[in-house]
Write a protein that binds this ligand. Structure first.
Ligand SMILES: [Fe+2]
Ligand SMILES: [Fe+2]
Length: 170
């Protein structure tokens, strides 16, 4: 077994080869590097505009994480529960990695309610993922920092996977 590290979230995965996706943040396999090649960007020097964007992105991730947590608690089947649980974990990981880049403590989860039926839950998930993708692509376009562009490009790709997931289960 070899250690691989995700160049987006920094988590370490142990396996014979790199996985399809990061099991922690959901980033595509291309972001998983042999652990020795991993570079820790730590706290990133960022412009005021990017800092504000990151603050909003953390709020958005925590809001979505809390939503999926509520969905998992009230899911109608074991399968939808597993999907919401996974989505919750990935959004938590996203909030954490953005906070790390900003050099701030992670705020707590807000109190969010979810709709009753799974169908309605996925409908809201679709809206939430769409909003995240749009915002992240805006950040990719306007951020002057290359590392920030790389992070939000990867996050937009992951949220696109989430969007697909929300469509499949209609
Ligand atoms: Fe990751
Ligand atoms: Fe996310």
């Amino acid at each position: 077994m070899k250690p691989y590290r995700c160049q987006i979230c920094g988590e370490t995965y142990l396996g014979e080869r790199e996985p399809d996706r990061c099991p922690f943040c959901g980033a595509a396999g291309k972001h998983l590097l042999p652990a020795v090649e991993y570079y820790d960007f730590g706290k990133i020097e960022m412009s005021e505009g990017t800092y504000e964007d990151c603050k909003k992105a953390v709020d958005l991730e925590l809001d979505n994480a809390a939503f999926y947590k509520a969905c998992a608690a009230e899911a109608e089947t074991k399968i939808t529960q597993a999907i919401f649980k996974r989505l919750n974990k990935q959004e938590m990981e996203h909030a954490e990695l953005i906070c790390k880049a900003m050099g701030i403590e992670e705020p707590g989860l807000p109190d969010i309610k979810c709709p009753e039926t799974d169908e309605e839950k996925f409908k809201e998930a679709h809206y939430r993922e769409h909003r995240a993708i749009k915002f992240y692509l805006d950040i990719v376009a306007r951020a002057p920092e290359q590392r920030i562009k790389d992070i939000f490009k990867a996050l937009a790709e992951i949220e696109s996977e989430h969007l697909k997931m929300s469509n499949i289960y209609r």
